[in-house]
Write a protein that binds this ligand. Structure first.
Ligand SMILES: CC(C)(COP(=O)(O)OP(=O)(O)OC[C@H]1O[C@@H](n2cnc3c(N)ncnc32)[C@H](O)[C@@H]1OP(=O)(O)O)[C@@H](O)C(=O)NCCC(=O)NCCS
Length: 157
């Protein structure tokens, strides 16, 4: 297994793995985000894990965030936007190797910290983060509300 930055030929497998990681995101949205990530080369990177026999088995999407990141001691900070390993090879060190490559990418750009997040109910991911050296900083529930559609008492305007 090897880790390297993604290439154009990786797109179908990257798309497959993205859909496995974020099944609620539409295929169109995945394709848009893939295009945006490719266009943003330099500000972000996608690292992939390649099986010995060929084909991919994992990826890490990294960005450099310049706005506030909870728990980060400074900005800009490297951010692990996506971290995924195919189920058949989990718990064999692939995720850790993706993170090591991610840290090197960030360190090469002078960044001092790598930030990340996980869903509150994704206990496996939370434990994997901690095992790989992350410290939990806070827990949050995010909200959004359309503006102007509802009165404060909940009735339709
Ligand atoms: C999280 C994920 C990327 C980890 O990849 P992986 O290849 O299985 O991780 P590794 O084998 O390198 O394990 C790294 C460390 O995390 C631990 N770990 C991994 N998965 C774990 C789990 N489900 N529960 C508890 N610990 C776990 C390992 O034991 C290891 O620690 P150790 O070396 O001290 O034993 C992978 O499980 C995955 O893709 N999960 C589904 C998608 C997901 O939730 N991604 C994260 C979104 S925030």
């Amino acid at each position: 297994m090897t880790i390297r930055p993604s290439l154009a030929q990786d797109r179908p497998e990257w798309f497959r793995m993205r859909r496995a990681l974020w099944p609620d995101c539409s295929p169109e949205r995945h394709l848009l985000e893939i295009e945006q990530l490719i266009a943003g080369e330099g500000r972000n990177v996608v690292l992939v894990a390649v099986r010995d026999g060929g084909g991919l088995c994992g990826f890490a999407e990294l960005s450099i965030r310049r706005d506030h990141v909870d728990g980060a001691s400074a900005v800009p900070v490297a951010y692990l936007e996506g971290w995924y390993v195919d189920a058949d090879v989990r718990r064999h060190g692939v995720g850790r190797r993706l993170l090591q490559a991610a840290e090197k990418w960030a360190a090469d750009r002078g960044l001092k910290e790598l930030a990340s997040d996980a869903e509150l109910n994704n206990q496996g991911s939370i434990e994997a983060h901690v095992s790989c050296g992350f410290t939990e900083t806070c827990r949050a529930v995010h909200f959004i509300k359309p503006i102007g559609l509802h009165r404060d008492d909940g009735a339709m305007a």
